[in-house]
Write a new protein. Structure first.
Length: 414
């Protein structure tokens, strides 16, 4: 009972925090709130039109369809409207035909529903195929099967589809540009966190295979974050289909995505981090030939990782800064993003990262030189240690070159 109470308490606190986040400002919680209210509003509008104005006795179909067609993007609303309407037509017609043929509701259900559930898996219906079977159930349960009744249902479905798509397109059309920037910023911050975690353990000197396994889990989470970024990129691209001109007209804000080259750059960075962690994990395995470098070299390397992690953290600040950059309109809708090519650069320059920090650059150069000397010393003593240190240094150089692509590639030659 205590665990159940704690679980309920956590869920309640999560709901309260989500509500506060929605009220505080733009974000995922507010987006969900807006979409939920739009769906409810579309359903109410469809009910008023169908029941109060048209006096249709089968008014349930219109609000039902309108409710489910307020989707995450205008394009998906249109696509699913077509799929759902086709599924509803098939379900209503097949159920009505089965009822007229069998003359019994139970037999009509046995004839139509299994076939419709199989048809629901047809890829042309997407994830809307199940509405063919639910429409058949609704049609047969209503007890009225005739040409006029079927026409009423199809007309109501068409009305609901038009209302749902129209509301989604005209009332705060959903745009997911913020998700790309948030995922990019999150990926950069998480990369810096992983580098700092590795650096802290290396400095203490008490790391082992278990510690390396924790690093591996943290690096694996980077891959999941990267997948989230790719998914957000797809949603953002889709959210601009059919709405780009409308967003310019309504919100007077440029509707553009961050450059996709940023996705690829951070994909390479996370790949280097995984290789770095894998190298340390292999060197910690007593059954493998590679062995860790000496403690002094590892402490120097830890400080180098700290500086690179700080660069990642500094870079992670630019997406939020870019939203209020010089190109952003004062009345811009929160999801509409400023042009990536013009607003991003000032934000990076103001982040205070190593690119603008001469002291950090000087220290990084010194650390790199010391590690190069350590590498020469290791090469003269033990090839296995030199191989590990050389691989670690190479990955650090690769990460730094990608983190600061604009001006310091030559500072850390690979």
């Amino acid at each position: 009972m205590t665990r159940a109470t704690e679980a309920v308490g956590r869920e309640a606190r999560g709901l309260v925090e989500s509500g506060r986040a929605a009220l505080r400002g733009p974000g995922r919680e507010r987006d969900l709130l807006v979409q939920s209210l739009k769906a409810a509003g579309a359903a109410l509008l469809a009910w008023v039109i169908a029941d109060e104005w048209l006096r249709d006795p089968m008014a349930l179909m219109a609000p039902w369809v309108a409710l489910v067609l307020v989707q995450a993007t205008v394009y998906s609303s249109l696509r699913r409207a077509g799929q759902q309407f086709a599924a509803i037509c098939v379900g209503a017609l097949l159920a009505s035909g089965a009822q007229l043929l069998a003359g019994d509701v139970l037999v009509a259900l046995a004839l139509s529903v299994p076939a419709l559930m199989l048809l629901a898996n047809w890829h042309r219906f997407g994830d809307q195929g199940v509405y063919a079977a639910t429409t058949a159930l609704f049609t047969l349960a209503s007890g009225t099967v005739s040409g006029a009744a079927v026409a009423h249902r199809l007309g109501q479905a068409a009305l609901g589809a038009v209302i749902g798509v129209t509301v989604n397109a005209l009332v705060l059309p959903p745009v997911h540009l913020r998700d790309v920037r948030e995922n990019l910023a999150g990926l950069a911050k998480q990369t810096g966190d992983v580098l700092h975690e590795v650096a802290a353990d290396l400095r203490r000197g008490d790391w082992d295979a278990s510690t390396a396994a924790d690093w591996s889990y943290a690096a694996a989470r980077l891959e999941r974050r990267l997948e989230g970024l790719r998914s957000a990129r797809g949603w953002s691209r889709e959210s601009l289909w059919l709405t780009r001109r409308w967003l310019h007209l309504v919100y007077r804000a440029p509707a553009s995505l961050p450059d996709e080259a940023e996705d690829e750059r951070w994909s390479r960075i996370t790949g280097h981090v995984r290789t770095l962690v894998r190298t340390l994990a292999v060197s910690a395995d007593d059954s493998r030939t590679p062995v860790p470098p000496e403690a002094g070299a590892l402490r120097t390397y830890a400080r180098l990782l700290e500086l690179i992690g700080e660069a990642c953290h500094a870079w992670s600040e630019w997406p939020s800064d870019a939203r209020t950059g010089p190109d952003a309109e004062p009345d811009a809708e929160p999801d509409a993003e400023p042009d990536a090519g013009s607003a991003a650069e000032p934000a990076v320059a103001s982040a205070g990262g190593p690119a603008a920090d001469r002291a950090a650059m000087t220290e990084l150069d010194e650390l790199h030189e010391r590690l190069q000397l350590s590498l020469r010393d290791h090469a003269g003593q033990e090839a296995a240690r030199a191989a590990v240190l050389g691989t670690l240094l190479l990955q650090a150089e690769n990460i730094w070159a990608e983190t600061e692509p604009g001006g310091h590639r030559e500072r850390l030659p690979g």
